[in-house]
Design a protein around this ligand. Structure first.
Ligand code: PLP
Length: 471
């Protein structure tokens, strides 16, 4: 394969690496190495051995990397809060990646769990998570889901609308039980990776405007079975820096202060959204700096208003699991495509795609990639990694420098796929969803089995010839 002229179609953020085999610690799990044959290993497990045993595509999750991020996050927020004599509880946002095994890892590391549907709640329950340490948010929780939550004895439910509040009141009324609730508010701060936008109003579906909070809380306080514990806010995801969080916290503290006139408000939940590196161009803020910056901002606001500092809660998902995940694919077709202007873009097709990683198509997310099954001295060239779906937007990695001799049969690894890949996976084009394999100390084990064609056909009531075979 001839090298592409890397020019006009190379994104400005993408720098040509000195070595297109390298494994930057910014995006790969700390355990990622190359063995003596140049084969990528995660947690001491060879990726070619993983391919032989489990096939591709395959989600590989480094258990120690998840546990390390869980521990580090908890310590960062607890320490930052302890400096002001308050407590911080860190919930793991299950939406990033939820399976019973992952729930056990994060809860063993001292995190609580946050879910946003009855299905996510069922997984947390199936893992044996302590219901008192589960929080339930979401913008349209049904009567069934709210009933499931109340009966399970969940630690907290985040109220997102008037309708939902009335639904919950009708469920708890007369039960004699007490359900703790928070009220989700929109602070008007919307943060993106590198910047934030602060407006008076936000045009989106979640929560209440801050100005509605006093009336909503007054209604909650009328109900004996409800215990209002605080405000909840989540300003966005993949955020770098503390500015947006600090602005949001300032607005929340003002309303929090008003609510103290009607009773105790022990908690403030500031959500998740802490960014990770998907490529070496990303420069996330260390979690300790984020934690200190956010907690300091809350403390400063409380001091200037002369109100006591509340306990704090946070809900990170991506920053706990993102860097722990690596997706393995096998390279199939490689196609040089002539572009207007004389450039040639090399399309490298893999055996998965937007069904196992929807983020590129959904958010124009950037990823990086490396050949896992070998190293190569060939000059690197910019390629686009695409999937096998019948969709031109089926892109896994928009642009990456890979060795110019990449060939069919190579195993390709895409790092930083631990968050929002497995959880957003689909069966588009009736492609089976990959297994999830956990790796640790040189050993691998399946924690979510891969789907089979029988799984795909199982819900179709018209099947006359099982497994696509003629009866
Ligand atoms: C309410 C809420 N909390 C927590 C999270 C987790 O965000 P992240 O995975 O970016 O940390 C989200 C994600 O969108 C969310 O909506």
């Amino acid at each position: 394969m001839s090298a592409s002229p890397d020019s006009a179609f190379v994104p400005s953020w993408l720098a040509k690496p000195a070595d297109a085999n390298d494994l930057s610690p910014l995006v790969w799990p700390a355990s990622a190495t190359r063995d003596d044959d140049g084969i990528l290993a995660i947690a001491g497990v060879s990726t070619t051995a993983l391919q032989r045993e489990y096939g591709t595509p395959l989600y590989v999750l480094d258990e120690d990397e998840v546990r390390m991020h869980a521990r580090r996050t908890r310590a960062a927020f607890e320490d930052a809060a302890a400096a002001y004599g308050v407590f911080a509880r860190v919930y793991y946002a299950g939406k990033a990646f939820l399976s019973t095994e992952v729930v056990r890892w994060v809860t063993e590391e001292g995190l609580a769990v946050d879910v946003c549907t009855g299905g996510e709640l069922a997984v947390a329950q199936a893992a044996g998570a302590d219901p008192a340490r589960i929080g339930f948010h979401g913008n349209n929780k049904s009567v069934t889901e709210l009933t499931q939550a109340v009966h399970a004895g969940l630690g907290s439910i985040v109220i997102d609308s008037r309708d939902e509040l009335e639904r919950l009141i009708s469920i708890v009324s007369g039960t004699g039980a007490t359900q703790s609730v928070l009220v989700r508010v929109v602070s008007g701060v919307h943060a993106e990776t590198h910047s934030f936008l602060a407006t008076a109003h936000e045009d989106q579906k979640f929560g209440f405007p801050l100005s509605d909070a006093p009336a909503v809380v007054a209604r909650i306080r009328e109900v004996a079975e409800l215990n209002f514990i605080g405000l909840h806010c989540h300003i966005g995801s993949q955020i770098f820096g503390t500015t947006g969080f600090a602005e949001s916290a300032a607005r929340l503290v003002a309303t929090h202060g008003e609510l103290l006139a009607g009773g105790d408000v022990p908690v403030m939940n500031l959500g998740g959204g802490f960014g990770i590196a998907y490529t070496t161009a990303d420069d996330p803020t260390p979690i300790e700096d984020l934690a200190r910056g956010i907690v300091d901002a809350v403390a400063e606001q409380c001091t200037s208003r002369g109100i006591p500092m509340p306990n704090l809660a946070f809900e990170p998902g991506r920053s706990v699991v993102g860097q722990a995940g690596v997706t393995l694919y096998e390279v199939g077709t490689i196609k040089p495509v002539q572009l207007d202007g004389g450039n040639t873009r090399t399309y490298v097709s893999v055996d998965g795609g937007m069904s196992d990683n929807a983020r590129t198509a959904l958010y124009e997310a950037n990823y990086s990639a490396r050949i896992a099954s070998r190293t190569s001295d060939a000059d690197s060239t910019v390629v686009r990694v695409v999937g096998k779906h019948c969709e031109s937007g089926d892109i896994v990695v928009d642009s990456e420098y890979l060795p110019g001799d990449i060939a069919p049969g190579d195993v390709l690894a895409v790092p930083a796929t631990g968050a929002y890949c497995f959880s957003l996976a689909s069966n588009y084009n009736y492609v089976t969803r990959p297994a999830v394999v956990a790796v640790r100390d040189g050993r691998s084990r399946v924690i979510v089995r891969g789907e089979t064609i029988d799984d795909l056909l199982a819900r179709d009531v018209g099947v006359v010839a099982p497994n696509g075979r003629n009866a």
